[in-house]
Design a protein around this ligand. Structure first.
Ligand code: ATP
Length: 353
């Protein structure tokens, strides 16, 4: 396992920058995720780390060795593709053994290593099957076994779960995490699914049009987004357009829809801001250090283990989420409602989008 470093990595296609000078430091033994919407440059970045594509400029290091222009097999990175890319005419055993046969290892050693890899992905006994005789999840496991059997320094996974149904996706997600922990291997994972990224990663880089907007643990990124883009990409959240109308150092008063919220923390200098508030942080009963806003109920949506109350404040809809059934009983559309929000739970960021 290795540290992977990217220094000012740029990738141009036909003069257009798909990756715009990114810096990343992925630590050994870490499960690191590149997260972002379609087209933001995740796959391009992964392919450059894999050595399947080379940067237009910038450098890539595995530990202290520069690998920017080294081919895949010389740098010890293996990429597992979204569609698995198994050879249909080969058995599971031969698919997994392929890379070892290329290396011309002795037969007995190949057999042992393949056995080890298939055991790791829980596919012992499937050696003689062909890919078409396997479920999607099993094919995915073969692809992972085939990648791991050559003992890569870094394993790269490009949207590995996107072809699986919802239940299998959860199962394979835990499997990948288990295998990564068991081997202590460095894994770089690409997904556009924020929930998947949160669940599986040690750290996440959130990407947006070829740049890295924020790097941090899932908790950091969810609790302390540094930009409007990151805040709105990480799950269902309230992003409220507002204006700073008063300042006292880092404490500001912001206004939206004629409502004034004072005592908010803000370090920026732009007056056009957004207030980011997670729905589960909004209370329907008074709490200490809270600001309160009065509006009307627009909708009450029951989800089973929680209920969402959508409040209407002028033209602005704000979602509150509660696990208390009692609190929402009797709330009907058009009735008045008061939301209470701890000032600490209001993140003020410069307007970006
Ligand atoms: P997705 O989740 O849809 O796979 P992504 O974040 O992985 O998206 P990339 O595939 O890295 O995004 O693409 C980034 C940008 O680079 C896109 O605008 C894409 O059209 C462009 N691009 C990628 N590969 C090439 C190529 N070989 N030639 C020209 N443009 C390319």
């Amino acid at each position: 396992m290795v540290d992977v470093k990217l220094e000012n990595v740029v990738k141009e296609f036909d003069g257009v920058q798909a990756v715009k000078g990114i810096n990343l430091h992925i630590k050994h033994g870490e499960l690191f995720t590149l997260l972002g919407p379609s087209g933001c440059g995740k796959t391009t970045t992964l392919r450059m780390i894999a050595g399947l594509d080379y940067p237009t400029s910038g450098k890539i290091y595995f530990d202290d060795q520069e690998v920017t222009y080294l081919p895949s097999y010389e740098r010890g990175a293996v990429l597992v593709f979204q569609n698995y890319a198994l050879w249909p005419h080969m058995t599971v055993f031969d698919n997994v053994a392929y890379g070892l046969k290329l290396k011309k290892l002795p037969k007995e050693e190949i057999r042992k290593k393949v056995e080890w890899a298939l055991e790791l992905v829980k596919l012992k006994g499937f050696e003689d099957r062909y890919p078409t005789q396997l479920s999607g999840g099993q094919q995915q496991r073969v692809a992972i076994a085939r990648a791991l059997v050559v003992e890569p320094k870094v394993l790269l996974l490009d949207e590995p779960l996107s072809n699986l149904d919802a239940k299998l996706r959860l199962e394979m997600r835990s499997e990948i995490r288990r295998i990564q922990r068991e081997l202590g291997i460095t894994v770089i994972y690409v997904t556009h699914d924020q929930e998947e990224a949160m669940a599986i990663s040690d750290r996440i880089a959130v990407m947006n049009v070829g740049t890295v907007e924020q790097v941090g643990t899932p908790r950091d990124i969810y609790e302390r987004p540094k930009s409007e883009f990151v805040a709105s990409f990480m799950g269902k959240t309230n992003v409220i357009r507002a204006k700073v109308v008063e300042r006292d150092g880092n404490k500001v008063t912001a206004e939206f829809e004629g409502l004034r919220l004072d005592g908010l923390h803000y370090e920026g200098d732009k007056d056009d801001v957004v207030l980011v508030i997670r729905p589960e942080r909004i209370k329907l009963h008074p709490v200490e250090n809270a600001v309160s806003i009065e509006g009307t109920v627009d909708l009450v949506e029951y989800y089973g283990f929680f209920t969402e109350v959508v409040g209407l404040f002028g033209d602005t809809r704000i979602i509150a989420r509660t696990i208390s059934d009692r609190e929402v009983q009797g709330l009907r559309p058009t009735q008045p409602v008061t939301f209470y929000i701890d000032r600490e739970d209001i993140i003020v960021l410069p307007k970006q989008l």
